[in-house]
Design a protein around this ligand. Structure first.
Ligand SMILES: Cc1cc2nc3c(=O)[nH]c(=O)nc-3n(C[C@H](O)[C@H](O)[C@H](O)COP(=O)(O)O)c2cc1C
Length: 168
């Protein structure tokens, strides 16, 4: 039997470890801002609402990129595929190299998506909700595209490592 003890020290290391037990996909959130591509990798993406069509992700309040990215009229969201583990790391790495070698497309409103992602969303910011040391960003979908084929499968982030969905 598992006993949940009270008065535990829920420090950041322990929380990262326990949050990491829950698997997630990874998206790229990106836009053209002042003529240059700006963006980051996020595993906190989730679908939220059908009417209106909403998705969300959480951004650390310490993010240096978000203050620029949120100025874009539209934001692109790309669901990364299982071959994108290096791309996910790159999109979390040095800002000036995040889009090096990536094949991307921008809408006239500046939403930037990766061409070989599993799905691409054109979005606008619907709301931002401060939530502790993160902000929950609600995005309203303006347009969506997705690959018709079942392969490749999505990139999975689990226990701080990248993996893939095993066919059942
Ligand atoms: C797999 C993966 C998932 C990530 N998910 C998030 C996330 O959901 N929210 C977030 O704020 N940062 C996340 N990051 C970190 C950002 O991609 C980025 O590195 C971080 O925001 C620091 O860069 P910045 O200061 O330019 O924003 C993730 C990084 C990786 C590699």
């Amino acid at each position: 039997m598992t006993v949940l003890r009270t008065n535990q020290d829920l420090d950041a290391t322990r929380l990262r470890e326990v949050f990491g037990i829950y698997p997630s996909g990874v998206v790229a959130v990106a836009a053209i801002v002042d003529g240059v591509p700006v963006g980051l990798a996020a595993s906190s993406f989730t679908s939220v609402s059908l009417d209106p069509p909403l998705v969300s992700f959480s951004i650390a309040n310490a993010s240096k990129t978000w203050p620029d990215l949120r100025r874009a009229a539209h934001l692109g969201v790309t669901i990364l595929a299982d071959h994108h583990s290096a791309v996910a790391r790159q999109l979390a790495g040095p800002v000036e190299r995040r889009f090096d070698g990536l094949s991307t497309t921008a809408t006239p409103d500046g939403a930037l998506t990766l061409d070989d992602g599993l799905a691409q969303f054109d979005t606008t910011i619907y709301d931002e909700v401060l939530a502790g040391d993160h902000t929950i960003v609600l995005l309203r979908l303006v347009a969506v595209e997705h690959t018709a084929v079942a392969e490749p499968s999505p990139l999975v982030f689990h226990r701080s490592r990248f993996g893939r969905v095993q066919p059942g």
